[in-house]
Design a binder for this molecule. Structure first.
Ligand code: GTR
Length: 424
């Protein structure tokens, strides 16, 4: 008995130590990053013409080992415009609300898409599309925004009780979404509640868009990040039906788990013209091999349903992963990509996010395109936006702020030319 207690105690102590996150640069292990340009057969991609096949190889590896397979795109898609108001935001914008239905019958999934497009534009607008965590009605105080009817995590601060949203949440997340400012800068803004696509809890993949696909699940079946990314592509399909949106100039943007999602959506769907990940961390922009802050072990213990089941087998065995996250960024090339970090968001490993962005540069170089334009982690508050890979380190904690948006807008101005005066 005594031995058993002792063994148990030892095991507990050991687990506690193993779970302690590392925030010490000196304890980051030495590692070799897989070379994004080296194919699985060991040969090297030497020019842009060789990239599409290597990109396909990388995407297949991310499917097999990290996020799971994406389904075929042949689900029924129905887009219904349920609200149009060209006097929104004090007359500056046209608001639309769409119900995007995926699949048919009982299991059909309805995603509410909210869009504000600037009235002052001389053609279809470049658009930011981002999923939100708490419901469309939380992004702005506009009383006309519809409240989600799908499942939400209980949160009294946002008026969510018994997994139902309420009017009390209206505008509560407005500080993360400077809608007026985005519109003033000439962009449209589109958002949907991520839980409309797949509720964020582990239910054995029986609800949300997972339920639409009949499949025998295995170690490489899709998780929730895959589901949200798939949903983003379908939302892009829906946006493409609106005359005020230029579907060829849509930036996909996301924060945290939705930053991971934005990267995966942008990597897999080349129609996204610009990809922005904010504080995406482990399983997003941060290099897994650094094992700094959140690790594969930590994330798959808390959120196993975000990934394919096989991903958990790399807990503590990151060097065995056939890919690392710089290759997710590289899979977006040659399209512009932006990685944002926050200084105190050590859990997301800002340096690991920066190094991943840097390690994607050789792929942009294949196309003769500049990457980050800097080898050193920028000072907090400064941004590197001159190249095709943008990066900034904001002071402060894990969040999505107006300062982040200022940099995103500056980068988008360079690459999407939103302002009518800038348009060629
Ligand atoms: C954390 C998780 C992170 C990040 C974040 C979020 O708890 O460990 O990977 O995704 O949640 O999405 O808010």
């Amino acid at each position: 008995m005594r031995t058993l207690i002792l063994t148990t105690l030892l095991a507990l102590t050991h687990t506690a130590t193993a779970q302690e996150p590392n925030y010490d640069e000196a304890r980051v292990p030495a590692f070799d990053l897989p070379d994004p340009l080296v194919r699985q057969d060991g040969t090297r991609v030497v020019d842009a013409a060789g990239w599409p096949a290597r990109r396909a190889e990388l995407l297949a590896l991310f499917e097999q080992h990290v996020y799971g397979r994406l389904p075929d795109h042949d689900l029924a898609l129905d887009v219904e415009v349920v609200d149009t108001d060209d006097t929104a935001l004090g007359g500056r914008a046209t608001r639309r609300q769409l119900v995007v239905r995926l699949g048919s019958g009982e299991r059909a999934v309805a995603i509410e898409l909210l869009v504000y497009a600037p009235n002052d534009r001389d053609g279809p607008a470049a658009t930011f599309l981002g999923l939100n965590f708490k419901g469309n009605h939380t992004v702005h105080a506009d009383p006309a925004i519809r409240i989600p009817t799908s499942w939400l995590a209980d949160d009294a601060g946002f008026g969510v009780e018994d997994h139902r949203a309420s009017d009390a949440g209206r505008g509560r997340r407005a500080r993360r979404w400077p809608v007026e400012h985005i519109v003033e800068r000439g962009y449209a803004f589109a958002t949907a509640y991520y839980g409309d696509i797949d509720p964020d809890f582990d239910d054995g993949f029986r609800n949300g868009v997972h339920a639409l696909v009949d499949e025998q699940r295995d170690g490489a079946s899709w998780g929730s990040i895959g589901a949200w990314a798939f949903g983003l592509s379908r939302l892009l399909d829906a946006l493409a039906t609106l005359p005020e949106v230029d579907a060829a100039r849509v930036a996909v943007v996301g924060h945290s788990r939705l930053g991971k999602t934005a990267l995966w959506a942008g990597a897999t769907d080349p129609r996204f013209a610009l990809v922005i990940s904010n504080d995406s961390g482990c399983g997003g922009a941060a290099l897994s091999r650094r094992r700094y802050g959140e690790t594969v072990a930590a994330i798959t213990r808390r959120f196993p349903h975000w990934f394919c089941a096989r991903y958990a087998s790399y807990a503590g065995a990151e060097d065995a992963l056939p890919v690392d996250q710089h290759e997710l960024i590289a899979a977006i090339a040659p399209r512009p990509v932006y990685v944002a970090s926050a200084e105190q968001d050590r859990w997301a490993d800002p340096r690991g996010e920066f190094l991943a962005a840097r390690a994607a540069e050789p792929v942009y170089a294949l196309f003769g395109l500049p990457g980050l334009g800097t080898d050193a982690l920028p000072e907090p508050g400064t941004a590197s936006t001159a190249g095709r890979i943008g990066y900034h380190l904001r002071s402060g904690t894990h969040d999505l702020t107006h300062e982040d948006w200022e940099h995103f807008l500056e980068f988008a101005d360079r690459h999407l030319r939103a302002r009518p005066s800038d348009r060629r």
